[in-house]
Write a protein that binds this ligand. Structure first.
Ligand code: FES
Length: 117
């Protein structure tokens, strides 16, 4: 079922918007390229709202002191222990096949953002 959750303008201003849908906490986020994504707003580690964390670029490294920013990978970082989740897939950066948050399908029509769940 489709739920209207916010406007694109709200996402442009705040980058992430926490919402409740059928009693579930969901965070809607906007990537730098304008894509809109929705994830469960609960960190699978200890449970805080991911919407209280920071959005950032995905970053890898081959050696100490090296930072390779991955433009196509943006993350939502947990506010408690900094686990990072890819906003497009919900997968954690450190154990993508084991640790992830649920994602939801999003659609945008006439400046309105809808989450399907
Ligand atoms: S509670 Fe989110 S990383 Fe620990």
């Amino acid at each position: 079922m489709r739920h209207q959750v916010c406007t694109v303008r709200e996402l442009e201003l705040f980058q992430k918007v926490p919402v409740q849908i059928n009693g579930k906490a969901v965070v809607v986020v906007r990537s730098e390229d304008g894509g809109v994504y929705a994830l469960r707003d609960v960190c699978p580690h200890k449970g805080p709202c991911l919407s209280d964390g920071m959005m950032d670029k995905g970053c890898t490294s081959n050696e100490v002191g090296e930072y390779i920013f991955e433009k196509e990978k943006e993350v939502l970082r947990c506010p408690w222990h900094s686990w990072e989740f890819d906003i497009r897939t919900g997968k954690s950066l450190f154990a993508p096949e084991k640790v992830k948050v649920k994602t939801y399908e999003v659609s945008v029509e006439n400046d309105q953002v809808f989450v399907n769940m």
